[in-house]
Design a protein around this ligand. Structure first.
Ligand code: G3P
Ligand code: CA
Length: 279
């Protein structure tokens, strides 16, 4: 099977910073991604959404309410509206402040300039300037709503960085992840060598044989699936797939992933995980 060769497992487990070093810095901000690169993360994970005026921005939720000082759906706001918001004020040293608490500006004050909305373009620039290979795992969020526009914009942007058409999936520093098989299908139709990751929150019966949607070579199960169904993970690997697991923050779960031969750990705490792995 072709994918079994092209998606052969990496020599060592890859540590992927989930939304950046999001335990220590506000998720999806330049501050969080700079921290992840400093921490030595092998790759960065980000979620992307389209603004009303067609820009791809790194925001997890449909709305900006949780992670900024503004309100509203990303899809209803223009980039200029988002640029006026602060995406760092919600985070405190202890965790997330509630909306009626004062922002805790004592938290990494050096990051003050790095908490405005992050465009995918800016993140690609950061990765290009990292001075070492830093991979990027880009998750398309709710793409059916935009009927292909997210993928289309994504491919155009990757093309500008020379990242849209790798010679082989294994060489690609970028991969596209989604819970939507349709979104991944659109990406593969446009760029057959760009690696795609099928994210799984629960293990549905039709997936139990270890096969993924056609052409997808990487499974992205939740750590809950890994804990509850280790034999499923073995089946995925035997079928020639890579396995990338999210979100792995507990030391016992890191050990479990290593024992099962997982290819990538997606974590909010890249520094702690790298230390645990003696790296
Ligand atoms: O890396 C996959 C993981 O991020 C999927 O869940 O909700 O954190 O985007 P979510
Ligand atoms: Ca995500």
């Amino acid at each position: 099977h072709h994918d079994a060769v092209t998606h052969a497992r990496q020599p060592r487990i890859q540590v992927v910073a989930h939304r950046g070093a999001s335990e220590e810095a506000p998720e999806h901000t330049l501050a969080a991604y700079k921290k992840a690169i400093e921490d030595g993360a092998d790759a960065l994970e980000c979620d992307v959404r389209l603004t009303a005026d067609g820009h791809l921005v790194c925001v997890h939720d449909r709305r900006v309410n949780r992670t900024s000082n503004g309100r509203g759906a990303v899809s209803a706001l223009e980039l200029a509206d988002l640029a006026a918001l602060d995406f760092g004020a919600w985070k405190t040293r202890e965790g997330w402040r509630t909306r009626d608490e004062e922002p805790d500006w004592e938290y990494r004050p050096e990051d003050r300039g790095d908490t405005s909305v992050l465009t995918l373009e800016r993140l690609l620039e950061l990765v290009a300037d990292a001075g070492r290979r830093v991979e990027l795992a880009i998750e398309t969020k709710h793409p059916t709503r935009w009927a292909g526009q997210v993928e289309e914009r994504l491919l155009l942007l990757l093309k500008r960085f020379g990242l849209d058409a790798p010679a082989t999936p294994a060489e690609s520093p970028v991969r596209v992840m989604s819970f939507s098989a349709r979104s991944l299908h659109r990406v593969r139709a446009a760029s057959p060598t760009l690696p795609t990751v099928y994210l799984l929150q629960f293990l549905s019966p039709r997936l139990r044989d270890g096969r993924l949607p056609a052409g997808v070579g990487i499974a992205g199960p939740s750590i809950r699936i890994v804990r509850n169904h280790p034999t499923y993970i073995e089946r995925l690997k035997r079928a020639g797939n890579q396995v990338h697991v999210w979100t792995v923050n507990e030391p016992e779960d890191v050990d479990l992933c290593v024992d099962l031969g997982i290819d990538a750990i997606i974590t909010n705490r890249p520094r702690a995980v790298l230390r645990q792995l003696d790296r």
